[in-house]
Ligand binder design. Sequence first.
Ligand code: SF4
Length: 444
Amino acid sequence: MNVFIKTYGCQMNERDSEAFAGMLVKAGHTVVWSEEEADVLLFNTCSVREQAERKAIGKIGYMKKLKAKKPDLVIGVMGCMAQRLGDKLFEELPHLDFVLGTGQLHTIVPLIESIREDRRHVANVAESAAVLTGMGSHYAPMTGSWHGQIAITRGCNRFCSYCIVPYVRGREISREIGDVLDEARMLVDQGCREIMLLGQNVAAYGLGGNVNAPAPDHSPFADLLAEMNKIEGLLRIRFTSPYPTYFNAKLIRTIAECEKVCHNIHLPLQSGSDRILKLMNRQYTRASYMEVVNNIRAALPDVTFSTDVIVGFPDETHDDFLMTRDVMNEVGFDNSFIFKYSPRPGAKSSFVEDSVPQEVKEERNQILLGDLKNRVEANLKQLVGSVQEVLVEGESPRNPDRWCGKTGNSRLIHFEPDDGIQAGTLRKVLVKRAGTVSLSGELI
Ligand code: SF4
């Protein structure tokens, strides 16, 4: 069968779609890139905002026309919206064939094959630890040959008050270290040179879902990084996203000791105000967050940080906002994903009034974006004249005459390629110019 997969939302969803594709191809099916060629349409959906759900529902609704022309077409919905709404989706989308929850990723192949034979509505949103068995499948055309992603945990136990993830992705579970290492070796044998480890709370790997900060010398995630670091042929290891409280002494020391682990840490801040952090049910304070940042910086002097921040959380005052701005300037983030608060249906904060007016959220958003732009430009300017090592990624998306690569601390550099240049190799570049978001230079 020809299968078309459309993905909405985050990196975890993209990785799940790759796993779906890998399982389907292994079972003899073909992934196609247009809806018209497909026998099966799969929509891997997101619930992070109401708008994300409406977009997916609109698109799937539009597929009714295609199904009228092609009655054998199978249409399925997976991902967070499937989990959240379950069989209610059949009311709005009667031409839909199945709804598959986030805990049932591993059942996609038999489900599609059975629906082709026996047309009926199926909704399966049960949580199951067997989902871990489906997470290791790969399909290189969806991620690239030199870069691969491995999901090492699933779900989340933290219940931040604004977040829907614990309700739609289930309880936090970790894969066996042996499975993760086998998967990493398999990717490297296929030419992968950089691996991104993924998880909702990636640094909580192997802690059995315990939300308390581990002892300073206990970090199964650090043990995993140390083992990954030994894999021959692998050049770089990245990870996202870690919750700040898991950065204990062992994890920081291990990152510093493992030369393949990149020095760019994505450390979600969300707010710089202790009062708002408490309302968000984040288990750290401004001071403890800064302690983590300072400990990391002491061990990795060239580290760069990126973050997630929410502006306009219910009851956020101007002073609260200024505290966030202050922490962002103090850390000097190189990249920030700044979100204007909007309630996620079902999350705890959706039951309190969304009290900050839209224009105030927008104003706060613009202020932080302005700070970020100035800071990034200043940080990049300081690198002019330096020599940086990049992992070559390939042609620049906007100009195929130029190539690009990233430093270990995630700075993007464009350069003219030389003969024989290959993606997935490490090269040195002399930085000549700084732009607003990237650098350019010459290979040396
Ligand atoms: S840690 Fe908080 S924000 Fe992150 S996925 Fe879990 S509940 Fe959501």
